[in-house]
Write a protein that binds this ligand. Sequence first.
Ligand SMILES: [Zn+2]
Ligand SMILES: [Zn+2]
Ligand SMILES: [Zn+2]
Length: 433
Amino acid sequence: MKSAAEWREILIEVNQAGGCAHPIRLQGNRLERVNGELVDTGIVVPCKDRRAAVCPSCSRLYQADAWQLVAAGIRGGKGVSPDVIDHPQLFVTLTAPSFGPVHSRSRSGTVGRPCRPRRGAPSCPHGVSMACNERHPDGDPALGEPLCADCFDYRGVVLWNAHVPALWERTSSELYRAVAKAGHLSTKDVRSMVRLSYMKVVEFQRRGLVHLHVVIRADGRDGPSEQAPTWLGLELLIAAVNDAVGRATVAVPAVGGTPLSRASWGAERDVRVLVPSQSGDSTAIAAYVAKYATKTADGTPWLAHPIRSRAQLERLVLRPHIVRLVREAWTLGQHKELHSLRLQAHAHTLGYTGQFSSKSLRFSTTFGALRQARVLHVKGVRDDALDFDGEWRYAGRGYVHPESNQVAATLLEATAGGLQEFHTTSTNSSTTP
Ligand SMILES: [Zn+2]
Ligand SMILES: [Zn+2]
Ligand SMILES: [Zn+2]
């Protein structure tokens, strides 16, 4: 039986770490406020991992911050001018091309439709029929699995994922060019009067390919406080996005006869007008973006950290399709021609080499500013503990008291209802698995 004093220590510890599931223990000297002396002490601090599969508690804070960040970029607040509400804004989903047929739910989202009805469909060279008349329900493990794994272009997927950051870079510069073309101006002139800001987040589909969800906003040169020129309206912006997305390609280095030599976006894309003044639009989109900001490549903790060795790779307990993609990335990482992509370091992200969420400089506030505001808000808890002199040394992971884990988990469960709005998504963007 624990004494009241022991329970108090447990609660202090859990509070100090913000309910984190895997806090970091630090040992160091703390400045005693009363007599100004340095005292040898230990503290626990949150792991601050954004991934829900790693730390549900810290990821929830991250998700809340991501939500604030996107919402501020859409409707202003948190230091962003409220004028942005009248600037042209779009919510764009960019997809990957096909690397072989996979089992999927029908695009309209109705459950009743067959996966891949093809009358008299041929079989592949491996004898697998290229038709599927199943009506896959939500959560069906078959979703995202290739009809024939031997035909599926695993190498193409990894190389495509690896080039998404470069492809996005190209797309965003093509976007200025497309706006210039539509406005009958030079790109240089447009850059001197328009600023295109964005926030993007990565979604891993079940087939292992990356999709981007992007909020794009057109401002005047000075950013949120300045209107875009009047000729740059929503219609022009939509046309420019479609033009830029269709045009953007990047070169992919050739290795051992890969069929892919350029990477471009898939034909399927969703470009919708964002109306921030319409209640619900900004909150729903912000929730949608924030949800993806806390995922790992396959939603499990297995792919939360880089793979260190082939032996570790062989121990992964995941869908065979995902394991095969990880293995492909690992193997491709050995090719000289692909060295700069660092594919082994990105095997756990199926070759994807970029950030899970990122934004342009002037889109909104920053994660740092939001965190700072929160620390000030809960003054007396965590920043007081960090009021130190000298250096903290890493002293291990996990709580000092084993009971603290249970307390942290219980607190997390008890507060789960408060943040449910982050889990409700109501966008109709086309997301095929
Ligand atoms: Zn944590
Ligand atoms: Zn199917
Ligand atoms: Zn086949």
